[in-house]
Design a protein around this ligand. Structure first.
Ligand code: ATP
Ligand code: MG
Length: 269
């Protein structure tokens, strides 16, 4: 929805500033170490440990309420873990969340655009918040609008966009900062067929250069784009691997059957 807060780098709820640490240029992009998050008595992310490689296209799948968005928000430094930790680009979520937030970006499940700014202004604002010069921000905004087919709406206020167009803008706002790791939380939700296909091509172009963590309910999207896929249920990891690994571990003939075997109430009991 339009009108929500834009999360610039270095901002966390409460506004605290964390110390920075030297950027680790080798090693994995993301390492979860018993990462846990609760809301009251509800454990949304339950003791997760896994590793995502640099340049990997990583899928995060699971039923509604499985904990995907909570995990993604934690890894962007937007919400703090209850216990455990994660290293993102070699930096600890617990001590370096601000530094992490400068190097990653998120296209959130609930889009977060400034309703009264135009499409171009939203894009330029985010680029500027992440340190781009005015000219660089303008040039990047033009590129992003072209690749997301938003050019003809450049001067329109975000609040005048349809749901799918707003989602495309939100995606552009995640990609314009050229993040080392980009988290895309259901990026194709509400997109028309052409836009979805264009987006898949755009995302395929990021392969190997940017680490992408993609959450989706569209299994064919995950199958076609992701190197490996983590499947979650009730905050826990039910399996991690390539599609072939999930087929092998469940004995299912299709990825959909494998997914259901790992996430259905009865199968998971
Ligand atoms: N801010 C919050 N306050 C309280 N509970 C929350 C909050 N955010 C998430 N939860 C709970 O945490 C659990 C995980 O929610 P989350 O949004 O991470 O799931 P999800 O896998 O992204 O689901 P969906 O596919 O519906 O987007 C759910 O039980 C949800 O109700
Ligand atoms: Mg979600």
């Amino acid at each position: 929805m339009a009108g929500q807060t834009i999360h610039g780098p270095g901002r966390r709820p409460g506004g605290e500033r964390a110390p920075t640490s030297p950027l680790d240029t080798a090693g994995p992009a993301i390492e979860l170490d018993h990462l846990t998050k609760s809301y009251g008595k509800r454990v949304a992310v339950d003791d997760l440990s896994l590793t995502v490689g640099r340049g990997e296209f990583f899928g995060l799948l699971g039923s509604n309420g499985a904990g995907k968005s909570t995990l993604v928000r934690m890894l962007c430094g937007l919400t703090a873990p209850a216990s455990g930790d994660a290293r993102v680009l070699g930096m600890s979520l617990r001590t370096d969340a601000t530094a992490i937030s400068r190097r990653v970006n998120l296209s959130p499940q609930e889009t977060a655009v400034a309703a009264n700014l135009s499409v171009a202004e939203n894009l330029e604002l985010v680029a500027r918040l992440y340190g781009a010069s005015r000219a660089e921000a303008r040039s990047r905004a033009l590129d992003v609008m072209e690749s997301l087919r938003l050019g003809d709406r450049a001067r329109d206020r975000a609040k005048s966009l349809s749901g799918g167009l707003e989602r495309r803008l939100s995606l552009g706002m995640a990609l314009i900062t050229k993040p080392d790791v980009v988290f895309l939380d259901e990026p194709t939700l509400g997109l028309d067929v052409r836009s979805r296909r264009d987006l898949w091509a755009l995302l395929a172009g990021l392969k190997g250069t940017t680490t992408v963590v993609l959450t989706t309910h569209q299994l064919e999207e995950a199958e076609s784009l992701c190197d490996r896929i983590a499947i979650m249920r009730d905050g826990r990891l039910r399996g991690v691997g390539a599609v072939a690994d999930h087929l092998a571990s469940t004995g299912a003939a299709t990825f959909e059957d494998a997914f259901l075997a790992l996430t259905d109430e009865e199968a998971g009991a």
